[in-house]
Design a protein around this ligand. Sequence first.
Ligand code: PEP
Ligand code: MG
Length: 885
Amino acid sequence: MRWLEPFHTDRVPDPARLGGKGAGLVSMQQAGFPVPPGFVITSDTCRQYFENENTFPDDLWTEVEDAVSGLEEETGKSFGGASNPLLLSVRSGAAVSMPGMMDTVLNLGLNRPAVAGLAELTGNARFAWESYRRFIQMFAEIVFDVPSARLAAAVTSARSRAGAGGGALPVAAEQELVGRLAQIVQGVARRPIPDDPMEQLRLAIGAVFDSWTNRRAVDYRRTNNIPDHLGTAVTIQTMVFGNAGGESGTGVAFTRHPATGEPTFYGEYLPNAQGEEVVAGLRTPLSLGALSEQLPSIHQQLTEIAARLEAKYRDMQDIEFTVEHGKLWMLQTRTGKRTARAAVRIAIDLVHEGIISREEAVRRVTPGRIDELLHPVVKPGPADVVLAVGLPASPGGASGTVVFDPDEAHELAAQGHPVVLVRTETSPDDFHGMVAAAAVVTTRGGVTSHAAVVARGMGKSCVVGCGDIEVDYGAQLFSASGTEVSKGDWITVDGTTGSVYQGRVETASPELDEYFETLMDWADGFRRLRIRANADTPGDARTARQFGAEGIGLCRTEHMFFGEDRTAAMREMIMAPNAVLRAEALAVLEPLLTHDFEGIFEVMDGYPATVRLLDPPLHEFLPGHAETVREIVSLKLHLREAVDLVDIDRLLAEINRLEATLDRIERVSESNPMLGHRGCRLGIAYPEITEMQARALFTAAVRCHDRGIDVQPEVMVPLVAFPSEFRSQEALIREVAGRVFAEHGMSVAYIVGTMIELPRAALAAGEIAQDAEFFSFGTNDLTQTTIGLSRDDSGRFLPGYISRGVIQEDPFRSLDIDGVGELVRTGVERGRASRPDLKIGVCGEHGGDAASIAFFDEIGLDYVSCSPYRVPVARLAAAHSALQV
Ligand code: PEP
Ligand code: MG
């Protein structure tokens, strides 16, 4: 068959062709597990469907008819028949799992004669009519786009008329409801749901294909970088009924705990229910422990199958099962989604159990996931109030203001406001709101509900099944523990413990466990690139070392000039009318800087520390223009009213001082400060600034060396464009070093190098490397100046560029390899051509981005340097690059 594949095929199932779900079912069937018979329409068919302007390929229908006849033969049932009717499920299933993003139709094949047949077969008319009603509801919504709220409202009012609450409806009520739903369908869709089961099937298959392009599926693909052209397969399978009454039920299970990774069989079970109810989270399910009490032999069988599935797939599995009249059926198995913490633990445990290699364990954890492990944890104080406790569905702590509407969450987050999305439950339509929210809370559902699965996939803090919370959407508030919390109020969500707190609760960095350390150790064994950190203070340097940084790749000295005791002296220096006064101000700063450098060298004992000379334009250290003008005006107003001579003198002196500042602000202000008087251009104009920094640095180095600390200073000149700029600064640095060493009667080894952050520097790298002993690519400025794209302002229009597909990625986040990357490659080649042992690193933000790291590895850089919290991500990304993941 060209367009489809029956479950009982001999071919090796290919997830790209059959979708993850279809391939899993075929391989379970091949392994002899109890799988209800079915077949898969391949994803090639879906692609063909879209190419043919949403029409089926020619022979598809004949193949489907044959396959359905095959199912009738295999099961002894008849499709749409009045006795022993065959019912089918029609499900989407892409190669990459997109949980809940596309559509499914269940109970297909029902019409009035088949309902009678089903009632007769099962001896349960209520069940037969309920199945029919559910089919109509689903078909109407998915295939005819009838608003689900209208259908649900009819069900709710039938329930309240029958006094059924959340329980089953009597037969007569179900029959009446079927009639009512049919009227709604006719009114909205202007056509009835077809009775012919093959026609039902044809429409349902088309609707599932179409669901590949619905908004939530498209959003999900964007967020998860899944290509649009893949298309979905459609799995068509004989229905089994978890809601068939006694000894029936349905559940979801994980072969290991999806949140912690512990090797325990873990899952949820809903007696007398259909699968969709577990995932929708409308009823809170029981644990698998309850299943072992109610149906011990089923539990036993399930446990054995789970173990065999895990051994077969060599990874934790997420399985769906149904029990129909005491018979177990396996409906799905797939590699289970897990938290980052669980991903690491499972990978390590599988190595210890001899199932996978260390290399595979390292490959299995993506660098982005490590980032999640470094998420803040909530540190509540005694005064913090817990509003409610639910199920901890996805770990990490986050605070935000409450919103109830996903669109509003999306809007507020776009304006930079952290929000927590609070819902009774979430549906796939809420996906964009969940992406935008800092955390998600639901009042219903279990840890496999939609909210939980989606949040875990995104590494977003999430608490579900929080029954203590009662949401009032109309009044835009929720109440919990006697407290009312309105839209806009702050709450804090702890997805690790399940607690929801009032207000903003303190959060702290997480403690990393032994599994994390083991994985990092293994990754270090594979990588070639060295990883350093960008750290400006001894505190940052300590964090960097704790995360495994092998040195500092960038210490931005300007950050040392900020701070209460320093800004005033720095201003004095900038304001100084001549070199003598400037030297006086610098003399105040020098001991402070020396002290800081000593702190950094102490922490970096045995590791290199690259210290960069002052870089940003001077006006960054002065007060703002408008603010100074305002202050002068206000003082002048006071002066008019002043009568006391002492006051007048004081005010005049203050006005004079501020006017001098204003004059200086005006003189140093620039139209394009990022392209102006900054970097080495400052050091060339004011050599005394470079001198002071070099003296502080070498004095600190010598003092530490004297105390037995292994200091490895690397002095870096910023924003070099011309080789002569570098030479002049280098000469000054070496001269100061010589003087300091002579004064102390001892010397330390050091090197002098440069940032390569301007296109001219990359092109002139050959000549620059004749003098520079190392290069560090400043890819932030290099991106800005290569693309001609402002670092500070591009955020206003770049998101539009990305959403319109003009560019795929923000080039300040992930290196523009074709453009900026070419200059980096050129810089490396030319630099090494004139100095083969030239040490080369990168210290722009790209040093912590996995895709960029792979490129830097490929072109032979020695190290990358990134913020301390990204060091583990970079360590793993460098290992992945070395392993060619
Ligand atoms: C850079 O430009 O990439 C860099 C690291 O320097 P800064 O971000 O301080 O300009
Ligand atoms: Mg820079």
